[in-house]
Design a protein around this ligand. Sequence first.
Ligand SMILES: C[S@@+](CC[C@H](N)C(=O)[O-])C[C@H]1O[C@@H](n2cnc3c(N)ncnc32)[C@H](O)[C@@H]1O
Length: 326
Amino acid sequence: MLQLGPVARREGDDIIEGALICPERLCQREHPIIDGIPVLLSNPASWLENQLPYVLRRTDLTPFTESILGDLAGPSTPFDRERGNNGIYAHAHWAASSPAYLNVFNAASALLTQPPQGLWADIGCSVGRGTFELARRTNQLVAGVDLNFSMLRVAEQIRRSGRARYGRRRVGLAFDFVDDPIPDFPVANVGFWCADVAMLPFAPATFDGALSLNMLDCVSAPLAHLCEMGRALKPGAEAILATPFDWAAGATEAAAWLGGHSQRYGHQGSSLEEFRRVLSPSCDAGVDTGLLIEAEADNVKWRLRTHERSHTEYDVYLARLRRKSA
Ligand SMILES: C[S@@+](CC[C@H](N)C(=O)[O-])C[C@H]1O[C@@H](n2cnc3c(N)ncnc32)[C@H](O)[C@@H]1O
């Protein structure tokens, strides 16, 4: 169990900065709490190698200065990709007019046998809408977990300010600044954690339920993600997993894809059949995730806006999973 080390409160702010410290005598590793977000990774130094620019990113620039910097940095630079991606997900989660994310979230909720209760985790929470929606339903603390510090900071900023603020690409390098009030959520029940879904920093059997929406095909180790979700759930707990099986080598090396390759063998490379094989009662794929498929839904629309004239639409598959009892 990690111990809280010295903490500091920022002046005029409720943000806590500090560190959680591993009490193991030979470890004593410090896990920083940055902008109120604990970074709980087995190797925080290697995470920081690619996340440091996002951790250090200023968030107080005016849209005017951001726009000048965006033009100077140019297209497809880390700065352009970061604000483009944040804008895509913030729009999908928080757009004032029917955000696309809710279509998947509502389909996931409809698959549950009863409304969520107890302690839930939103695994791969991105900019946080699912975490807030779960907190509203459970009235208990919900843990939103993601590896992307920039997205987590958007989520945490929404929690603190009650407003969704982000740049949304209009076209090319032109962005519109959005500053919308968010609906009334119990923000005290929401916490965002920077952690790897393939190595969750929670004790076994912690959660009464979990969401994994549009995650499976985005992680480097899909099987480890499933095993970790199984480990973190209490026996008998339900989880909803949604995925469009949109594998990409940039996120997951092809050998780790569940299906989507090797069409000459069983299931002809079908991702859905491979997913069912992994979660079959007899663990046909040779890995016991601790989870079983109980119910399924398919072809739920998930539409992501990239700019004012471009959208990507996915047909998402959903499964209600149950943590085995023994
Ligand atoms: C396609 S987005 C889906 C986000 C959100 N669940 C939704 O449906 O809008 C995938 C998310 O997974 C996160 N992610 C990818 N690999 C991860 C990992 N190993 N651990 C934690 N989060 C990860 C990304 O940062 C991103 O926020």
